[in-house]
Design a protein around this ligand. Structure first.
Ligand code: ATP
Length: 202
């Protein structure tokens, strides 16, 4: 088991995946909450069966996978359904994050949780690494990656905690306002720092 768990968080399109890929290139184990969120409702999973029991078989596509768009439409229009879904999924995701973190073997591991601050998941990690980005770059990158309208991205940004609130929760900050070279330099520095912390505590 890794002796240090770093929680990586940041808003939409802030650069979490780009950063965790870079950490992974140093052999650091990455546990990704977004991947786990898909795994717990994968085809044939108990989580998906619970959703079918609640919403009926129309929540499945023809090949028996979750019809995400239909589910999104339902929870968007019915807050009680959204609450039910969160009550099902949050414990499943949390449990998997803990299991996979316990299985990590690199000296430290990264637990990437987009909504770490929103969902107050600090107790799952030893240190919180926040990706900081100015809102205009964030909007630009999200629109270009997702081919989405500005209003859609602004809506998502508004539903997430503010830049200041996220920064207030940070032990470490990585700034992603410039080019990839600069980002990679910061990852390298953080990697060395995390290895030092692990070695000091041996
Ligand atoms: P989300 O949580 O929304 O899935 P994310 O935080 O994982 O996003 P990425 O997917 O890593 O963010 O990055 C968002 C987009 O910005 C991607 O298209 C990525 O290639 C690009 N990007 C990330 N960092 C930089 C950078 N320093 N310069 C230019 N483009 C970047």
């Amino acid at each position: 088991m890794s002796s240090l768990v770093i929680g990586l968080t940041g808003g939409i399109a802030s650069g979490k995946t780009t950063i965790s890929d870079r950490f992974a290139s140093y052999g650091v184990d990455i546990i990704d909450a977004d991947v786990i969120a898909r795994e717990v409702v994968a085809k044939g999973s108990p989580g998906l069966q619970d959703i079918v029991d609640e919403f009926g078989p129309d929540i499945l596509t023809a090949d028996s996978t979750l019809d995400r768009q239909t589910l999104r439409n339902i929870v968007f229009s019915e807050p009680a359904k959204k609450e039910w879904l969160n009550a099902l999924l949050h414990p499943l995701i949390r449990e998997q994050m803990q299991i996979q973190t316990a299985q990590a073997t690199s000296p430290y591991c990264i637990l990437s949780i987009p909504l770490l601050v929103e969902n107050q998941l600090h107790e799952l990690v030893d240190r919180t690494l926040v990706v900081d980005i100015d809102e205009s770059s964030q909007l630009e990158r999200a629109m270009s990656r997702d081919k989405s309208e500005q209003a859609v991205i602004e809506g998502i940004m508004a539903s997430q905690v503010s830049r200041a609130t996220r920064l207030a929760a940070a032990d470490d900050v990585i700034s992603n306002n410039k080019d990839l070279n600069w980002l990679h330099t910061q990852v390298e520095q953080l990697h060395k720092m995390y290895l030092n912390i692990v070695n000091e505590n041996l």
